[in-house]
Ligand binder design. Sequence first.
Ligand SMILES: Nc1ncnc2c1ncn2[C@@H]1O[C@H](COP(=O)(O)OP(=O)(O)O)[C@@H](O)[C@H]1O
Ligand SMILES: [Mg+2]
Length: 287
Amino acid sequence: MANDGANDLSPEQQIEILKQQLAQAQKMTALGELVSTTTHEFNNILMTIINYAKLGMRHRDNATREKAFDKILSAGNRAAKITNSVLGIARNRSTSLEPTDLVQLIEETLILLEREMNKYRIKVEKKFLPIPEAVINGNQIQQVVLNLLINARQAMPSGGRLTIRITPAEETDMIDLVIRDYGTGIPADKLPKIFDSFYTTKQGPDESGKGGTGLGLSMCRDIIEAHHGRIRVDSSVGKGTAFTIKLPAAKPSNSKTGPVVIPMTVHDKDTAPQTNSNIPIQAVASG
Ligand SMILES: Nc1ncnc2c1ncn2[C@@H]1O[C@H](COP(=O)(O)OP(=O)(O)O)[C@@H](O)[C@H]1O
Ligand SMILES: [Mg+2]
């Protein structure tokens, strides 16, 4: 008998289809937020370019024109950096894990959010210790970082500090990435829910088009899982929240045979946790 309707599918097949649909929804949400971020940034850059071009037309003296060209050039360079970053995301659809400079990846991600952080009066503090390369999928980890940074920003509606730390982990072959905000915090009874798909406390997307789907952290969890990494959250109401991510570090190699490329298993049936209890997430509430 042919399977010609959803009712004929086994529960396992239906779960598999739902998982794929969820992954698709996560991707679409991430893409929507990226488009929103870049459009806002570009609009701002265009305003700068237009205003300085007008200034240069009005004032014909050399000093003013030189200043105008200078501003137009740096705005143009910034726009180029942003397009490069976004094109990188769009181009790289591979899911393989490769030795990657995590610090550079974070810096590139911050370029995308620079104006947004300024606008919401978020002061970003970085502490990057020397680390080996991380064995990651750069695109996917960039998505994780974007999600965590946007959540942190949204937890501080009237501004505040956001710290990003990269350090070698206690485990010798891992790297720790900590993103901490000094915002609202998360009540202890809500902590176990935050990684669930569609769990959100937001009313919908904010004025910059972000959040409110409850798909951000579930995407982070899936990505970190596929990296055989760890993600944990420590939070304290009124004090803030810290997300710690552990990622595999590249082994020091003596050979000069080029980068090691390790195929990544996404939703590998043998290794992917099937229930929440197996997922390498720790939630810690304090204070
Ligand atoms: N840094 C944070 N500070 C406070 N609450 C947070 C933070 N990050 C996540 N949360 C909580 O977890 C929920 C789920 O986050 P997420 O999966 O990114 O979905 P969304 O941002 O669309 O709500 C948020 O609605 C919020 O309640
Ligand atoms: Mg979010």
